[in-house]
Design a protein around this ligand. Structure first.
Ligand SMILES: Cc1cc2nc3c(=O)[nH]c(=O)nc-3n(C[C@H](O)[C@H](O)[C@H](O)COP(=O)(O)O)c2cc1C
Length: 322
């Protein structure tokens, strides 16, 4: 177990925050298949103050998702302070502050990874959130802005001294975006420099890479984003492998289709069938990765409009395996 403040989390694998991907349905299915902790999609503190309905939808926490963090982004300490009571009403287990987002729309407004270039502002934000939060506060960072300004160790120490309860680090710079390999050595250096728990993130895609990441970084927990696309059972495989050295190989195509159906139903529950099926298409395509004639089915997926059509498509896929 790792403890973030008073929140105990199994030391297996957590689900990373992923805007527009890891929504409530995604988090719920990953939790069901073994994720030990999940983080919500980033939500703007300014958005929470000015257009609450859309933003509030992003901070709801259901019992099945716990322990769960709500992730906030922004650049003005006063908006963090104003938004906090609204967030706390939903009883998140943890509040995470995004200091790693590389998307220009976010960094242009001095939020996300831009805060790593402005540690004083980052400190002001963290201090105000820690002071006003009744739950543990964490920060998620990258390695630095670019290769000429790698400041993760020094920045992480400053965040720790502002009272955060844990820190997540993605081993890439802002300039890397999602290219190049994540640098696990910098994560190891951050781990060695902090007393609070460190969560390691970047490029875990299998039980073996999960174990390697624990060994290389010495991290207290690891976090997975893209590696879980279309395969939420990865979390259980990792948990089994860490505990016993063994894990069940990939599920059969029929088993995969069952998990996919569950996932799509959760999406439709949250969004209604019409909008839900549109949102589900990208996820469905990921569940079909590597199956026989995948290209043909992918094309059909992009036209799915209702759940019944999905069931027919699954029948067709399974017949292909008889
Ligand atoms: C589609 C997408 C959306 C993301 N959204 C967020 C986000 O809202 N907040 C955040 O801190 N990181 C976000 N990330 C970064 C991931 O949390 C993670 O740090 C990154 O994908 C590296 O981990 P991985 O190699 O396991 O995917 C996002 C990544 C992707 C691919």
């Amino acid at each position: 177990m790792v403890k973030i403040g008073d929140v105990a989390i199994e030391k297996t694998a957590a689900l990373a925050p992923m805007a527009s991907v890891a929504d409530r349905a995604y988090r719920t299915i990953c939790k069901e298949y073994g994720a030990s902790y999940v983080v919500g999609e980033m939500v703007s503190v300014k958005g929470l103050c000015f257009s609450p309905n859309k933003a509030l939808e992003l901070i709801t926490v259901t019992e099945k998702e716990r322990p769960m963090a709500v992730q906030l982004f922004g650049s003005e300490p006063e908006y963090f302070e104003k938004a906090l009571p609204k967030v706390l009403k939903f009883n998140p287990d943890i509040i995470d502050i995004n200091m790693g987002c590389p998307v220009p729309k976010v960094t242009k407004s001095n939020s996300g990874c831009m805060l790593m270039k402005n540690p004083k502002l980052a400190e002001q934000i963290v201090k105000i959130v820690v002071k006003n939060s009744s739950v543990p506060v964490t920060v998620k960072i990258r390695k630095g802005w670019d290769d000429d300004s790698v400041n993760a160790v020094e920045f992480a120490k400053r965040m720790q001294s502002c009272g955060i309860s844990a820190l997540t680090i993605h081993g890439r710079t802002k300039a890397d975006m999602y290219n190049n390999k994540a640098d696990w050595n910098i994560i190891s250096k951050v781990k060695q420099s902090l007393e609070i728990p460190v969560i390691a993130n970047g490029d875990v895609v299998s039980p073996e890479t999960a174990k390697d990441m624990y060994e290389v970084t010495g991290a207290d927990l690891i976090m997975i984003g893209r590696g879980s696309y279309g395969r939420p059972w990865l979390f259980k495989q990792i948990s089994d492998y860490l505990k016993t050295g063994r894990y069940e190989q990939e599920p059969t195509v029929a088993e995969r289709m069952e998990v996919m159906k569950k996932h799509v139903l959760l999406i439709c529950e949250d969004n209604g069938e019409q909008v839900g099926m549109k949102k589900a298409r990208a996820h469905i395509i990921r569940y079909l990765y590597g199956i026989r004639d995948a290209a043909k089915y992918r094309e059909k997926c992009s036209r799915l409009t209702c759940y019944l059509e999905l069931l027919k498509l699954i029948d067709e896929i399974l017949k292909n395996y008889i």
